[in-house]
Design a protein around this ligand. Structure first.
Ligand SMILES: NC(=O)c1ccc[n+]([C@@H]2O[C@H](COP(=O)([O-])OP(=O)(O)OC[C@H]3O[C@@H](n4cnc5c(N)ncnc54)[C@H](OP(=O)(O)O)[C@@H]3O)[C@@H](O)[C@H]2O)c1
Length: 321
């Protein structure tokens, strides 16, 4: 199957390309400002998805059987810094892709986020009503509506949770952000009463490709790990996994101690039903996710000094995993 992957220079998109190759598919990898450099991918280029006419020409020229759409402004901060770009990339581009895929009869996998919910109730089902608390969630929730409007029969919207794993930059994964703070001497304050349900990046990537392959699976789905954990527990378990002193590196705080916390979703746990029962790719426990993690690039010296353990250095940035 020929699969176009957007956001392929990013954290998830890169792994989606690798998962597609592992499963024997042909990949066209699109980065944004950066051309993706991914072992085994021969068709890779930088491409501005916000140019609707260029996007149409590209999709018609490539004529893929599936598109996995990972490109986004994927943080609250990035969306607030550039609201027009957030609306264009997070909402208008998926809408255009859904129209084009409908026209071609191609499958569209649109990656969405737990942040479409307000976090009041938690344990969300795919049928629960989104109620975003911030611009990022708003633009992603609007995209879900558009994608399903054009693609109810052939599109899958996949809502997911904070992604853990080894990123090309060494700074996008959940554990990597902790390491970056730890190596600069910060004791990181993490909420004991804010819940998230992490997912490991290669597991999530496998699910996107399995969805491409399964023509009958369309609609709105959730995918994450099997466990909802407090941010504090995530930090403690990451530290312990790497043999670090969690008491030295992580500080427990409650939302009541931080006035701005009320504006953040409290519990974004997701129910994986019905997708979990339909896929070969299993949802992972947090312990299983931890086994995939490496000491982030740039943190090796600090880690060796603190633990006395030796770290195998990896190759040049971006091309060795
Ligand atoms: N990361 C998480 O924890 C998380 C959690 C839940 C959901 N998600 C969702 O998962 C998806 C992937 O997130 P991610 O963490 O992999 O993001 P990421 O690492 O920040 O990657 C974003 C990608 O979008 C590309 N891009 C940005 N502007 C573009 C444009 N105008 N045209 C074409 N491409 C453009 C970037 O390209 P360049 O860098 O080359 O410019 C990059 O490849 C997103 O839909 C996000 O909402 C992520």
């Amino acid at each position: 199957m020929k699969i176009v992957v957007t956001g392929a220079s990013g954290f998830l998109g890169r792994e989606v390309c690798l998962a597609a190759l592992r499963r024997g598919h042909e990949v066209v990898a699109l980065g944004g400002s950066r051309a993706p450099v991914i072992p085994g991918v021969t068709q890779a280029r930088s491409f501005d998805l916000c140019s609707a006419s260029a996007l149409e020409a590209l999709v018609l020229e490539e004529f893929p059987q599936a598109v996995v759409h990972c490109a986004a402004l994927p943080t609250i901060e990035a969306c607030l810094a550039n609201p027009a770009q957030a609306a264009a990339l997070n909402t208008e581009v998926p809408k255009k892709l859904a129209q084009l895929c409908f026209h071609l009869g191609a499958k569209l996998i649109h990656v969405s986020t737990d942040t479409v919910f307000d976090g009041v109730a938690g344990n969300y089902q795919p049928t629960d009503q989104p109620a975003p608390l911030n611009l990022y969630g708003e633009t992603k929730a609007a995209a879900e509506v558009e994608v399903l409007r054009f693609g109810r029969e052939h599109a899958a919207v996949l809502r997911t949770s904070p992604i853990i794993g080894n990123s090309p930059s060494g700074e996008r994964g959940l554990h990597e952000r902790l390491f970056v703070a730890w190596k600069t001497g910060q004791k990181v304050a993490l909420f004991t009463d804010e819940l998230r349900q992490p997912v490991e990046v290669t597991n999530l990537a496998d699910v996107t490709i399995e969805l491409c392959e399964r023509g009958n699976l369309s609609g709105l789905f959730h995918w994450a790990g099997t466990e909802a954990l407090s941010r504090h527990e995530i930090g403690v378990r990451v530290a312990r996994h790497f043999g670090l002193d969690a008491a030295e590196l992580v500080r427990a705080i409650s939302r009541a101690e931080v006035p701005t916390a009320a504006a953040r979703p409290r519990d974004l746990s997701l129910r994986l039903h019905p997708l979990a029962g339909k896929l070969r790719t299993p949802a992972q426990t947090f312990d299983e996710q931890l086994t995939a993690l490496r000491v982030p690039r740039g943190c090796e010296d600090w880690y060796e000094k603190v633990t006395g353990r030796k770290v195998v250095r990896r190759l040049e940035k971006g091309i060795d995993f």
